[in-house]
Design a protein around this ligand. Structure first.
Ligand code: GLU
Length: 448
């Protein structure tokens, strides 16, 4: 069978065995579409069933999460952990608490995580988990009881050498704290490295909170540098207003750019003077309110519930909200307004049609598995510190993160040039570089 027939057969079989999981199919298709040149050079990967094995998670866990709300009513959610691939290290990837979470979403995220984690160069495999729990409007006590119930089941599958979750949408330092406490209580082990994203002061790493947003901006900065440009004086649009978006805004401003718009699920805000970071943090992180509250406190800014944040003209777009948030029409609008670079801070925020439009227009496009790898890379730095019972300074940790992002960027370009002849093809470069590292390890470890 030739390379493309082999890849097509694996994709058809993956779709057949995983029906009604469109995001998972999309994530698999995006990687497989890059792999033709790899299988032409390395037919041995077809002989050892690398792709067939990569597309089937090593283990998939689905469990009931019962908890009692503040009114005394019993609630039931569904918890997930997909332990996708452990060729490079313990399963590593976040937990997402959001009503949209289902098995297909967790599988798409876990699949992406395999290649992202490989690109970081660290010893971490790929996994992902979460629950269809909606934290919005829940009290602190409810969040704690939910996290405790979730961990009561999940703890038996975790371990610092086995599976190491972290945060994702809906899971931050508070939730990681409750999850860690329950793990410690059940196992009677202070196993610092079993979770990352812990608060600084009891095992957490400096820069972990900021890392995904900072990393995405570093990646965009590297892309711009290939054109002899920097962020200085550029207009930037960031979607979302969660942890990734907030720290992307901070780093853009530090590099001399101006973020003029950001969003949440209720709409978007425009602030031509540049987003006031302290106010945004106050609204989203302390008061946990909608972004319209930002505009109430800042008369020059405006809020819109209609249209999308991508209607705002900009030089750089950083989608930092969620999957498939930036579609074909958004991409057309961005290109029309002269966007120069797009770096994905979220996981798979651009639809395949949008990505195609950027590529056709010659817009520099950094796919999430490369551009947002800074978060998980810093989780791996947290694991290193925990293993050594050490704690590094903010500056030391940020220096490591910046070096990792430079290396991820360079790997993408070098690999894209080698396998496709165009160093600007970051999609090809990220997929192939990530795949090769995992495939080599899987080959060496035999058919397992
Ligand atoms: N959820 C983050 C991601 O999408 C971080 C995962 C981690 O730190 O393990 O990469």
């Amino acid at each position: 069978m030739n390379a493309s027939a082999h890849i097509e057969a694996v994709f058809a079989e993956t779709r057949r065995r995983n029906p009604a999981e469109p995001e998972f199919h999309q994530a698999v298709a995006e990687v497989l579409e890059s792999l033709g040149p790899v299988f032409e050079r390395h037919p041995e990967y077809a002989d050892t069933g690398i792709l067939e094995r990569l597309c089937e998670p090593e283990r998939q866990l689905i469990f009931r999460v019962p908890w009692v709300d503040d009114g005394g009513a019993v609630r039931v959610n569904r918890g997930f952990r997909v332990e996708f691939n452990s060729a490079l290290g313990p399963y590593k990837g976040g937990l997402r608490f959001h009503p949209s979470v289902n098995l297909g979403i967790v599988k798409f995220l876990g699949f992406e995580q395999i290649f992202k984690n490989a690109l970081t160069g660290m010893a971490i495999g790929g996994g992902k988990g979460g629950a269809d729990f909606d934290p919005k409007g829940r009290s602190d006590g409810e969040i704690m009881r939910f996290c405790q119930s979730f961990m009561t089941e999940l703890h038996r599958y975790l371990g610092e050498h086995t599976d190491v979750p972290a945060g994702d949408i809906g899971v931050g330092g508070r939730e990681i704290g409750y999850l860690f406490g329950q793990y410690k209580r059940i196992t009677n082990r202070y196993e610092s490295g079993v979770l990352t994203g812990k608060p600084v002061g009891w095992g957490g790493s400096h820069v972990r909170t900021e890392a995904t947003g900072y990393g995405a901006v570093y990646f965009a900065h590297e892309m711009l540098a290939t054109r002899g440009e920097g962020f200085d004086g550029l207009r930037v649009v960031v979607s979302g207003s969660g942890n990734v978006a907030v720290y992307a805004v901070e780093k853009v401003h530090a590099l001399g750019g101006r973020v003029v718009a950001c969003s949440d699920s209720s709409g978007y805000l425009v602030d031509e003077d540049g987003i006031d970071l302290e106010l945004l943090k106050e609204v989203k992180e302390v008061r946990r309110e909608r972004i319209s509250a930002y505009t109430e406190a800042r008369p020059g800014a405006s809020f819109s519930a209609r249209g999308t944040v991508y209607d705002v003209p900009c030089d750089i777009a950083l989608p930092c909200a969620t999957q498939n948030e930036l579609d074909r029409e958004d991409a057309v609008a961005l290109v029309k307004h002269g966007v120069r670079a797009v770096a994905e801070g979220a996981n798979m925020p651009c639809t395949p049609a949008a990505v195609q439009i950027f590529r056709d227009a010659g817009v520099l496009f950094g796919p999430g598995k490369a551009a947002n790898a800074g978060g998980v890379a810093t989780s791996a730095l947290e694991m290193q510190q925990n293993a050594a019972r050490d704690s590094w300074t903010f500056e030391q940790t940020e220096t490591r993160l910046a070096a990792i992002m430079r290396d991820v960027h360079a790997q993408c370009r070098d690999t894209a040039a080698t396998y496709g002849g165009n160093a600007d093809d970051y999609v090809l470069g990220a997929n192939v570089a990530g795949f090769l590292r995992v495939a080599r390890a899987m080959t060496a470890q035999g058919v397992i």
